[in-house]
Ligand binder design. Sequence first.
Ligand SMILES: [Zn+2]
Length: 833
Amino acid sequence: MKISCWLALIVVFLFQMACTDHKSEIPEKGVSYQLNKRRKTTIDSIGYNIQLDIPREKSESIKGIETISFNLNALDSALVLDFNSDSTHIISVQSEGEEIEFEVANQHIVIGPDGLKKGRNTLTIGFIAGNLSLNRSDEYLYTLFVPDRASTCFPLFDQPNLKATYALTLSVPDGWEAVSNGSLKSKTSRSGKCVFQFLETKPISSYLFAFAAGKFSKTEKTVEGRPMTMYYRETDTAKVSRNKKEIFDLHAKSLSWLEDYTGISYPFEKFDFVLIPSFQYGGMEHPGSVFYNESALFLDENASVNEKMARASVIAHESAHMWFGDLVTMDWFNDVWLKEVFANFMAAKIVHPSFPGINHELRFLLAHYPHAYEVDRTAGTNPVLQDLGNLKNAGTLYGAIIYMKAPIIMRQLERKIGTKLMRESLAEYLKTYAYQNARWDDLIRIIDNKTPLDIADWSRVWVKTPGMPEYALSTETNGKYIQKRDSVSNRIWQQPVAFKDITLGQKHFHFPNPDGTGYGYFQMDSASTSYFFTNYNKKGDSIFSKPVFRGAMLVNVWEGFLRGDGPDASALLSDFLKVLPKEKDPLLTDYLLGRVQTIWWSFLSDENRDRYQSAIEKGIWSLLNGTPDKGMKKSYFRTFKRVAMSDDAYQKMESLWNKTLVLNDLALSEDDRISLAYELAVRAKGDEKTILQMQLDSTKNPDRKARMQFVIPSLSQDEGKRDAFFESLKKPENREKEAWVLDGLSNLHHPLRSASAIKYLQPSLEMLQEIQLTGDIFFPTRWTNATFSGHSSRAATDVANKFLAEHPDYPYFLKNKVLQAIDLPQRAARLKR
Ligand SMILES: [Zn+2]
């Protein structure tokens, strides 16, 4: 921003004037690290008593009144509350019943020391709740306050280390349910409304406070002496009853396991969960009231092993948060990764006994390493532990490094120090900081005190610096693998890495990282790669029959391919298609099919796609029909509808969609049919309007219907209509349903339409900063990824690189997100054959 000289002088003068007066000490927007520190040292023992009156119409505003009581131990500066909404939404501020002066600016309410006293203070604030994080639909609403969004709804001290008790009273339309962190104290009727009064919570961080209200069905069940209530919106009663028992059982198992592991009983009053359609995440760990994405828990009849495992994992993950994150919380959001890594780490331990038939080493490998590399190999990667100057940027910390790399690191740590010491350290950490806050370094200190190893140095390389090590065969060391020079610095990555060598006469084959536990890029030579594919899943006790080995080698080959070290795209595609029939493991099948789709749309030239069209369609179709495994059948079906292009394949899809063709053991859900209708529409081979209209008419679930209505214009064959759809996304109100927007974006940028979608790239990047402000925490990443995922041309990635070059001051986090999103398209543009 540029300001002319005389104006700058006035601004400086006014600023100096302002600083002489407590009332005008207006902090910057958001919660800066300094404001966080100052409040942490001067304020404690906070309690909120909040009353909200929720009208039936979502267009009407929600009136609220709250009482905040707290201890204040210094009067040398103004008190700053956070309220990130329209300043006219503050109606009154009283201290001990007396109106006091206040100022509203920069998303804060600032109260001078005159209106306050040392010791206990009680403020009463009348306000209109901001809607930004209330996710209001016609029939329900729910909060999502992570990381700093509680202040968009009501005034508070919105930082994780000022834990507080919350006593909530919700007045809702008759016939609505309501649920929050606290237990229900009373439910009464008052002039056509229903009043839910909840008991005061234990001390919790502001991002964990939550409530939901609306037309929800509910089911109560007590498992192992633990009463739980499930709230949901799903209207398919068969689906609900098919899934219900398993959902309750998985929760009960997870909670008992955690009590046993930590030696600490479930630390909050009650345990309920709310299943929300199109919820922004898989789940959110509000203590006593976990929110889930409904589709992650209510599975279809043909659910694959992956889906069942994902469900068990998300339940275990959110349950683990009750201890790791909710009971002990990070001090500042730069340590947000810590609660995520603990939750994932515990989830992995918890789900094992529930799935004895699953190869858990393989699952861990495929669930973490490929996703971590997707970010860690890019120019936009970041360390696990990042700096965070202001809470308003906390959302940008999230991503694969936190969710995927950090669990790998935690597993390495456990192997380094042993499971016993790990468990003892974690128990000490939880007991020491219960209902309080702690940092990563606090845990490292606990561990360092118990072991002679230098854990702090290990932490510096793995946690505090970015990137992945690379290992290559070296002629200098007699054909042994060595760690290549590190691009960041000469870091020593303390990790044991295994190598498997096979010698046949004069020939030597090298298979680095055969157990899949090492982290990094392990380069393979072409002879070893082709030997691997030739012997893929060879019977007997050869290493090629071991799923973990196959998974680890496939990951090596894929990383090599992306670096231009491996086979070219056509060769790799035919290798993958050749080994697919030999692969009976559903996790590896899914991994292979995912790579097949990526090669297909991003790395093949149009000519080669034409050349292989018939082979891929026939191959996948025959596997789809031939496999007895229902889950794998579904995986093949999903791949088929992604890659199918010929007239014959189109007809197969259309017949599956309109039910004139029914395949044994392949039950298609409403979601499957919707997705088939979308795939048919984008191929522009038939009457897409009729197909979409018929699908819309036959869709029963009202939430899915509404989502379809929103998405349909993005599928239009008329480019003008697609342009109009994109244009509509510039208004924040049209981006509220983020999952819907992402559906629309992936249609706009479908590889078949990517040429016409290049014009959306620049404006999409221009919107990114605003999207970060108005959207939820994962939305900037998802927006950017959905925007670039269908592209594989220089023209597309040039737009991004030019944009970044023209904006040298672009926020560091967002620049990284863009660099991450264009990594694959850039490699595709370079390697396309
Ligand atoms: Zn989590």
